[in-house]
Design a binder for this molecule. Structure first.
Ligand SMILES: NC(=O)c1ccc[n+]([C@@H]2O[C@H](COP(=O)([O-])OP(=O)(O)OC[C@H]3O[C@@H](n4cnc5c(N)ncnc54)[C@H](O)[C@@H]3O)[C@@H](O)[C@H]2O)c1
Length: 292
């Protein structure tokens, strides 16, 4: 489907790295966006992230609208009641099943019954998350990629109970924000995380076994296979802790081929989380804003 329109009003639950990027994408596409965070300080931080991203879009000429106009198109707060007139709410709280289940239930309770609810989970089963919801037919996965502004893909994850009409609507929304949808059936790690994490874990094992340096392992994939970024650098950008969490989830669902390497566990325990902590497989002197 092409030529879809963004919903008039979109809610985002959790305005961190991904939530702020998702909010930015819908503001640029013409939606009014409300971001709900866990406390006032986090709501302010989310507003600053989104504003900074919008400023970069204006500076780069990505949009003809003024910063004042764009900034007026989003609000941040702490009450899910603000979702009461949203056609779509996307949950982007941390990758924890219990936290997500609770956040989704609260969001659904604030939404009109015809509205859609989505999760940006990287690895948790959409069917599991749907289990606690009153309207699973209006629920699906919308898996965005990091950094959102630079990523062309959104993976639409279809649960067993998801209404086909919602999948068609979601294709239109993804199109409206200038990204390309792929549609996958709910399965551990979907298509993207399963393949990306498999490559990342194997690259860590190659490093752990002393086969080659991090830079040479990455060059094998960038120069040899034309991947734009190598698997170890990608792991640094995503966050080693995030990747470890997904690997553990996939190991429990798909078996030992997703067992996290000891090196990954050790680095996470040492606080070497990649770009966000300043060190992972590479050194990252200062973290840059990515949501541009
Ligand atoms: N980082 C990535 O590369 C990436 C890529 C794709 C998908 N994801 C997924 O997106 C989700 C969010 O990841 P992130 O990297 O943005 O994490 P993050 O830690 O940057 O952001 C999470 C935000 O949620 C907020 N939050 C926590 N509990 C909340 C609650 N109860 N109600 C409202 N807000 C709450 C936090 O304050 C924080 O701002 C996860 O499910 C993750 O797996 C992450």
């Amino acid at each position: 489907m092409t030529g879809g329109a963004a919903p008039a009003r979109v809610g985002v639950l959790g305005g961190g790295r991904m939530g702020a990027g998702i909010a930015h994408a819908f503001v640029l596409a013409g939606s009014d966006v409300v971001v709900v965070e866990r406390d006032a300080g986090s709501a302010d931080a989310a507003a600053a992230r989104i504003r900074e991203s919008l400023e970069h879009s204006v500076d780069r000429g990505t949009t003809q609208r003024s910063l004042t106009e764009l900034t007026a198109a989003f609000t941040t707060g702490t009450e899910t009641a603000a979702f009461s007139d949203c056609a779509l709410v996307i949950e982007a709280v941390p990758e924890d099943r219990g936290l997500k289940a609770d956040a989704l239930t609260r969001a659904e309770g604030a939404l009109p019954s015809a509205s859609a609810l989505a999760s940006n989970t990287s690895s948790i089963s959409i069917d599991d998350l749907a289990g606690d919801l009153a309207r699973p037919a209006r629920f699906l996965g919308l898996h965005f990629f990091n950094p959102v502004p630079a990523s062309a893909l959104v993976e639409i994850v279809v649960g067993a109970a998801t209404d086909q009409a919602l999948v068609d609507e979601a294709r239109g929304w993804v199109d409206a924000i200038g990204k390309t949808p792929i549609v996958v059936h709910d399965s551990p790690g979907f298509a993207s995380s399963r393949l990306g994490v498999a490559l990342g874990l194997e690259a860590i094992r190659v490093l752990e076994e002393g086969v080659a340096s991090a830079a040479d392992i990455d060059a094998a994939m960038t120069l040899g296979y034309r991947h734009p970024v190598g698997p170890l650098r990608t792991t640094d950008i995503v966050g080693l802790d995030v990747r470890l969490g997904i690997a553990e989830e996939l190991q429990s669902a798909l078996g030992p081929r997703f067992e996290p390497p000891a090196l990954l566990r050790r680095m996470v325990a040492e606080g070497k989380l990649g770009r966000k902590s300043g060190e992972g497989f590479y050194r990252w002197p200062t973290e840059r804003s990515e949501n541009r």
